[in-house]
Design a protein around this ligand. Structure first.
Ligand code: CMP
Length: 142
């Protein structure tokens, strides 16, 4: 059994559309446990640092502006195969390409306002969790 942790972010469009509960319920229903969670509003500096690998992309300014435009929910998910499982639950980055019943198919508006973020690998998950949470804020069962 490969127990992992991954980071999910419920983005401002999903939070403002009252879909926080629906998304959290989906994670728990798929056996991903909430190991840490906080609702916050990201500063420009915090959002830029989080997405630093996209700094040279043409959409970087738009991405940071959107991610600081409203509340986000930062979540550490824990469970078997959590990184890949979360990516399957989210669906493709572009909601136009997302499979039926994925979070992005259900709740995204566009590739920018795409409802949720999820770590793309174990290494990213580790970096992203540490970027937002102190060790003592995460309750791990393994
Ligand atoms: P996320 O998983 O949070 O990681 C990077 C984000 O950049 C991605 O989701 C999208 O929301 C955003 N993104 C990727 N490609 C584009 C694009 N072509 N235009 C606008 N935003 C994009």
């Amino acid at each position: 059994m490969k127990m992992e942790r991954t980071l999910s972010i419920i983005k401002p469009n999903a939070a403002l559309d009252n879909n926080i509960g629906n998304i959290v319920k989906r994670f728990e229903g798929e056996n991903l446990r909430i190991a840490a969670m906080k609702l916050t509003v990201l500063s420009k500096e915090k959002a830029e640092g989080f997405y630093i690998e996209h700094k040279e992309r043409p959409f970087f300014g738009e991405l940071v502006s959107f991610m600081t435009s409203g509340p986000v929910v930062l979540i550490v998910l824990e469970g078997e195969n959590a990184v890949e499982k979360n990516r399957e639950i989210m669906g493709a980055t572009n909601p136009a390409e997302a499979a039926e019943n994925t979070l992005r198919k259900l709740y995204a508006k566009s590739i920018g306002e795409n409802a949720v973020h999820g770590s793309d690998s174990l290494a990213s998950a580790d970096r992203e969790i540490n970027y937002f949470f102190d060790k003592n804020e995460v309750f791990s069962r393994f």
